[in-house]
Design a protein around this ligand. Structure first.
Ligand code: NDP
Length: 244
């Protein structure tokens, strides 16, 4: 039986990557660009990689998300692949965590991803196909002292992806989660050498991951080889989170 979702892909797709001006998001956007897709990158500060449509959008602002989709659809057609990657941290211990620390992280990482997935699914439902990937984190499943807000937001993505997988699976729309471990980016550059060594000591592969290693997993999940994969949590963590 011929199924376009299972056939090798030749047509470029409309891909939207949030937070694609640096770090993991940039590597993801560059990987899609390298395979010839039409890539849009949304950020607050701009600086998308060359070849991508550079769209300003604060994902905590529903009107900005709507405007960004309108801009992307106008330039590239309906979004066929959404990678909800934009995320922030506001780390502190539970007793010191303010309502603002909690709300800003949940609003960006979890509610922002909800807004994006909801808006993207409109076009995907019409197309009767689509791929949604949420960038979570190993700490969403392991927990992490000092990251109650962040871990909760990243764990929330798992329930969200699995619910979307159930709601939209009959329309050939998949929703999956990638859970990176420690990856060399601006987000982890703030750690001290001591903290970095302690982390590496717990990683079976004994090193940090690269943003490109995350990007290659996203490419696979959105490519023909993963047409029958949905509701999955795929770790890219050097074995740090094994067992979850
Ligand atoms: P960076 O801090 O390097 O980049 C974060 C990106 O998100 C930037 O492009 C930033 O762009 C964008 N962003 C942040 N807030 C908003 C917002 N409100 N609206 C729109 N865009 C926003 O992070 P990483 O590359 O390290 O992380 C990317 C993702 O991977 C995050 O979700 C993170 O939680 C996750 N992750 C990272 C790990 C790591 O070790 N680095 C490990 C596990 C998960 P701008 O500031 O211009 O808006």
């Amino acid at each position: 039986m011929s199924d376009p979702q299972n056939s090798p892909r030749s047509e470029p797709r409309s891909v939207l990557v949030t937070g694609g001006n640096r770090g993991i998001g940039r590597a993801i956007a560059e990987a899609f660009l390298a395979q010839g897709d039409r890539v849009a990158v949304t950020t607050r500060s701009g600086g998308a990689p060359e070849g991508a449509l550079d769209v300003r959008c604060d994902i905590t602002d529903p009107a900005a998300v709507e405007a960004a989709f309108a801009q992307v659809e106008e330039a590239h057609g309906p979004v066929e692949v959404l990678v909800a990657n934009a995320g922030i941290t506001a780390d502190t211990l539970l007793l010191r965590m303010s309502d603002d620390d909690w709300a800003s992280v949940i609003d960006t990482n979890l509610t922002g991803s909800f807004r994006l997935a909801k808006r993207a699914s409109k076009g995907m439902l019409r197309l009767r196909r689509g791929r949604i990937v949420f960038i979570s984190s190993v700490v969403g499943l392991l927990g992490s002292a000092g990251q109650v807000n962040y871990a909760a937001s990243k764990a929330g993505l798992v329930g969200m992806a699995r619910s979307i997988a159930r709601e939209l699976g009959s329309r050939s729309i998949t929703a999956n989660v990638v859970a990176p471990g420690f990856i060399e980016t601006d987000m982890t550059a703030v750690l001290t050498d001591e903290q970095k060594d302690a982390i590496k000591g717990q990683v079976p592969l004994g090193r940090y991951g690269t943003a490109d290693e995350v990007a290659q997993t996203v490419l696979w999940l959105t490519g023909p080889g993963a047409a029958y994969v949905t509701g999955a949590v795929v770790p890219v963590d050097g074995g740090l989170g094994m067992g979850h």
